[in-house]
Write a protein of this length. Structure first.
Length: 103
């Protein structure tokens, strides 16, 4: 097995798809402030970003790798950012999906 420094094969890292908003529901509009805050928090937690995709004003998807130990803290901070807003937030680690809804 070949392991590179850029992508270490380790049980301590998970890949997460974070989906905010819902393309099928216009009432779940994205809040630009919360998106900017989330981007800062994701970066601050040391996640290795694969990319961000935006579907107009209806949804944004981030895909990133993060250490398991940091993932719980990141998830908690993101809950604080979106609490009480209309956005639908799906946190999908590799393996069983976990769905969180706020609002």
């Amino acid at each position: 097995m070949h392991v590179t420094k850029e992508h270490p094969m380790t049980e301590n890292v998970i890949t997460v798809a974070l989906i905010v908003g819902d393309p099928a529901h216009e009432d779940l509009q994205l809040d630009e402030r919360s998106l900017a805050a989330a981007a800062r928090v994701i970066e601050a937690r040391g996640a290795a970003m694969h990319g961000r995709w935006d579907a107009g004003r209806r949804s944004t998807v981030w895909c990133f790798d993060i250490e398991r130990a940091r993932a719980a803290d990141l998830k908690e901070e993101l809950q604080d950012i979106w609490a009480g807003k209309l956005e639908s937030v799906i946190w999908r680690p590799v393996g069983p999906a976990e769905v969180i809804r706020f609002g």
